[in-house]
Ligand binder design. Structure first.
Ligand code: SF4
Length: 456
């Protein structure tokens, strides 16, 4: 078995002669590396047929043409302004479909779930795309991957949140065709940490140390420290200002720092970076706290020598939450026709961004039902099996009351539009057993090229 240790990323990249960014660029010259979609019409059609892309003809597409509102009998549906698939996730799924078509006779693998959505991953598995298994986490929670089954000439897809530079190097050494779907917003963060390393700054990464994206970002950084929230950042800033117990510091961040990290030496010049799925507001607040700390410590005129920041924030997660706040902002006035009677939140049960959307509904005392697919709704019995924000799975009988009702709908960032359509089909069918679905509108599968955010 050949295993690649995900968080040994840093160890190899610290070798003097290894330049992670130059290595990734050099892959372009191998003739075995693809990093852009081709916008192949047949692949787009298949995605539409499988319901794994943006809706171009179904209910969601039609609802968007009507200002995100749909009336079906006495049910009014209000779709949040921002919901569902982010740009990078849809692009990654598209590239996986295009790879399947481009390499029909080849064995295809993917280094991880392409996105956190079981239905999409199941579709890829049905298309004979194999997932490279992670081995169980060790006592520190660190996972490895088993690449033993990957052979020369195979095709390996890297997911939207990227892969560590060690995984890329290993795959290149194995002479496989690499299809790199890493979202350009994520690559932008890699460029930021690389710039920080070149200027001798430690990258402070706002993220979760075990998250695949952060593991990948850390592998492109020089010296780094990962902070998960404001509380940990405050701890680091207090250390910068007043010092403290080095042993405690080292124990606290033992899985979240580069090899050989020394808080006495490595917090003198810092730069800010982020895991793109962290909340924008928190990342901004962490950046400001670090900036003001360095300013206090070294004086405003020396700030540029001690602090670096580049705008690498992707708004997708925050936009989805802001849209739910907007959608639920009419509850105080019983006469307001945009007032919601209930909310349906659609998304994978392991998706943390979806749980935050559900949380908002619960916080506002709106009956909110979080489901991962339409199959959670039993039309005959009018029951729904749904998850609460704190994790409990419950079944609610008679959940859809009689009479006029306004339902707010949103979905998490890994959720294809078809999942919303399946849920709403069942809602409409509970109200009208003769309902047979919304007729699709005619479309051509032309698509604007995915190219407006390319990073290099
Ligand atoms: S959340 Fe942002 S950075 Fe992450 S895949 Fe989506 S668009 Fe890209």
């Amino acid at each position: 078995m050949f295993a690649c240790h995900a968080s040994s990323a840093a160890e190899e990249t610290k070798e003097e002669d290894f330049d992670a960014r130059a290595f990734r660029r050099s892959l372009n010259q191998t003739g075995r590396y693809t990093r852009k979609p081709t916008n192949d019409a047949e692949s787009l059609e298949l995605m539409e047929e499988h319901g794994v892309g943006y809706s171009s003809s179904g209910l969601v597409a039609q609802m968007k043409e009507q200002g995100n509102v749909w009336k079906q009998g006495d049910v009014t549906v209000r779709l949040a302004e921002a919901y569902g698939y982010c740009w990078g996730v849809e692009r990654a799924v598209q590239m996986a479909y295009e790879a399947r078509k481009a390499y029909p006779g080849k064995r295809l693998h993917i280094t991880n779930e392409i996105i956190h959505n079981p239905k999409v991953n199941q579709r890829l598995a049905e298309m004979d795309i194999e997932f490279i298994e992670a081995t169980p986490a060790d006592t520190d929670g660190v996972e490895s991957k088993d690449f033993g089954n990957v052979r020369e000439g195979d095709v390996v897809i890297l997911p939207a949140f990227g892969a560590s530079v060690q995984e890329m190097k290993l795959l290149n050494d194995k002479k496989v065709q690499i299809v790199d779907t890493t979202c350009p917003w994520v690559s932008k963060v890699w460029n930021a940490v690389d710039n920080q390393a070149r200027k001798g700054h430690t990258s402070i990464i706002h993220g979760k140390w075990a998250h695949e994206e952060t593991v990948a970002t850390a592998s492109f950084a020089g010296t780094y420290l990962i902070v998960k929230d404001m509380k940990e950042t405050q701890y680091v800033c207090d250390y910068i200002m007043q010092g403290g117990s080095k042993d405690e510091f080292m124990a606290k961040f033992r899985n979240a720092m580069s090899d050989g990290f020394d808080p006495e030496k490595d917090l003198i010049r810092v730069g800010m970076a982020n895991q793109t799925t962290m909340l924008k507001g928190e990342t901004e607040a962490i950046g400001k706290l670090l900036e003001s700390t360095m300013m206090k410590k070294y004086g405003p005129s020396n700030l540029n020598e001690h602090f670096m920041i580049m705008d690498t924030i992707c708004d997708a997660t925050q936009e989805r939450q802001d849209a739910v706040y907007d959608m639920t902002g009419h509850q105080d006035d019983p006469e307001d026709e945009q007032r919601l009677d209930m909310m349906i939140v659609v998304g994978g049960f392991n998706s943390s961004n979806t749980s935050h959307l559900q949380e908002i509904g619960e916080m506002k005392n709106i009956p909110s039902f979080w489901v991962d697919s339409g199959a959670r709704i039993d039309v005959e019995k009018n029951t729904i099996t749904h998850k609460l924000a704190h994790g409990e799975l419950v079944e609610t009988p008679c959940w859809l009351p009689d009479g006029p009702i306004t339902i707010g709908v949103t979905s998490g960032a890994s959720t294809p539009d078809r999942a919303i359509e399946d849920v709403l089909d069942r809602v409409f069918k509970i109200r009208d057993p003769s309902f047979t679905g919304i007729a699709p509108k005619a479309v051509t599968m032309a698509k604007a090229a995915h190219g407006d955010h390319e990073d290099e």
